[in-house]
Ligand binder design. Structure first.
Ligand SMILES: [Mg+2]
Length: 372
């Protein structure tokens, strides 16, 4: 790869509206501010990146505000006008700039992958080593007040063609929600995601879930409670997957060493970007773990990055991939991501392969800052 030099960075905060709020054990996400980055090199090529931080710190330690500050004062100065000859090389600069802000770092790291793919006239999926052309979709259903209402939501998802259904659970109504969801799914795989809401006193409730017919139980305990997860995994037939625990390469090494889980939800925007994610991917596959790409309620920009990654062989379990309309009343793309027969096509254009609707983006922008 010839040297690449980022000479301009534009940071944006954009207002996004979902068709319905997303409710999980860690909190509710409704109207949402999203941080985006657009970068340019000296030849005028550009790349887009998206920060997966939420405005509130309930799910990730980093927030929209903290990531914005890290991008402004640590990351932008570290990468501007500093040539790199490989994406791993850039990743090293970034890691050195703000060691404890992988979510902020991923914004620029992923934009650089988009930029490099565009420079090479290739789609990002190809640059990452992906081979799959269509990605199966999964619907996530937030916490519901009455377990009976889960039936309608699962019915709707099944009729829409989703290939996997995830229901959010918390200790109080987990079993009834799981039973209703599995019944309504009529054979479509159902995952129950606890978002770390169970404690050691709730183990019996998790044991009861074992007979519900779930394909996975996701993240029962707090992210660092790996011993408790390993013990639970040993005592259940239903495989346990981790999501919140998958925060770094070191964390994944610990999960593997302790045989804490059989599946991982991989989120490049949380791990520091595509380079770190590929390392985690190789480690986890070598250890025989099942993998899928998780979702962080991304706009079409972040989702296009995730689609490219999901095209790698090895992401064999249906993840949190959905069409634009499942997440936003209006996405930021000129052509929203559409679902056909339960799948979304991996974009084949240069870079992330989707076109940003710049006029709408301008209208949705709350804050903007340019460097370089
Ligand atoms: Mg999850």
């Amino acid at each position: 790869m010839n040297d690449v030099l980022i000479q301009r960075i534009e940071l944006l905060q954009v207002a996004m509206s979902p068709p319905r709020p997303h409710v999980a054990a860690h909190g509710t996400v409704g109207e949402r501010t999203v941080v985006l980055a657009r970068i340019w090199d000296t030849d005028g090529a550009h790349g887009w990146g998206e920060c997966v931080a939420f405005p509130e710190p309930g799910y990730l330690a980093e927030t929209v505000d903290s990531a914005w500050d890290a991008l402004k004062s640590g990351i932008a100065p570290a990468v501007l006008n500093r040539p790199f000859d490989s994406l791993d090389h850039l990743s090293d600069y970034l890691t050195g700039s703000v060691r404890h802000a992988p979510v902020a770092r991923a914004t620029i790291e992923m934009a650089a992958w988009d930029l490099v793919a565009r420079r090479q006239g290739r789609c990002l999926a190809e640059l990452l080593g992906g081979t799959r052309q269509n990605i199966a979709t999964g619907r996530t259903i937030g916490l519901v007040k009455a377990p009976e209402t889960i039936t309608d939501r699962v019915d709707e998802a099944r009729r829409d063609g989703f290939q996997r259904i995830k229901v959010k659970i918390e200790p109080r109504k987990a079993l009834s929600i799981a039973i209703e969801a599995v019944k309504a799914a009529q054979g479509i795989p159902v995952v129950a995601d606890a978002n770390a809401s169970f404690s050691s006193g709730d183990v019996q409730k998790l044991r009861e879930l074992d007979a519900a017919g779930l394909t996975w139980i996701e993240q029962p305990f707090t992210p660092t409670s790996l011993r408790a997860v390993a013990d639970l995994s040993d005592s259940l037939q239903t495989p346990i997957a981790l999501d919140e625990s998958v925060s770094s390469i070191n964390a994944v090494e610990r999960i593997i060493a302790m045989q804490a889980a059989r599946g991982l939800s991989i989120k490049p925007g949380r791990l520091g970007g595509h380079s770190a994610t590929r390392q985690v991917y190789r480690l986890a596959l070598a250890a025989g773990l099942s993998l899928w790409i998780g979702g962080m309620l991304e706009t079409g920009i972040g989702r296009a990055h995730n689609l490219a990654l999901a095209s790698l062989a090895g992401f064999d379990v249906v993840g949190d991939m959905g069409p634009s309309s499942a997440y936003w009343t209006r996405d930021l793309l000129t052509e929203p991501l559409e679902m056909v027969a339960g799948h979304i096509a991996v974009p084949t254009g240069h870079g992330i392969g989707v076109e940003v609707d710049t006029e709408y983006l301008r209208m949705a922008t709350l804050r903007r800052q340019v460097f370089g």
